[in-house]
Design a protein around this ligand. Structure first.
Ligand SMILES: [Zn+2]
Length: 45
């Protein structure tokens, strides 16, 4: 199972949709705009 999470950087507003495995609950993503580490919330929570 794979989820798509839309990540919006709170720092620079860069939006990117990432596809990740559902078990990647500790997945961290670094913003392509400013390099800030983001933690996506699969399922919207
Ligand atoms: Zn950013």
């Amino acid at each position: 199972m794979v989820l798509e999470s839309t990540l919006t950087c709170p720092e620079c507003g860069t939006v990117k949709t990432e596809t990740m495995p559902v078990d990647a609950c500790q997945f961290f993503y670094d913003c392509t705009g400013c390099g800030k580490l983001l933690r996506p919330a699969p399922g919207g929570r």
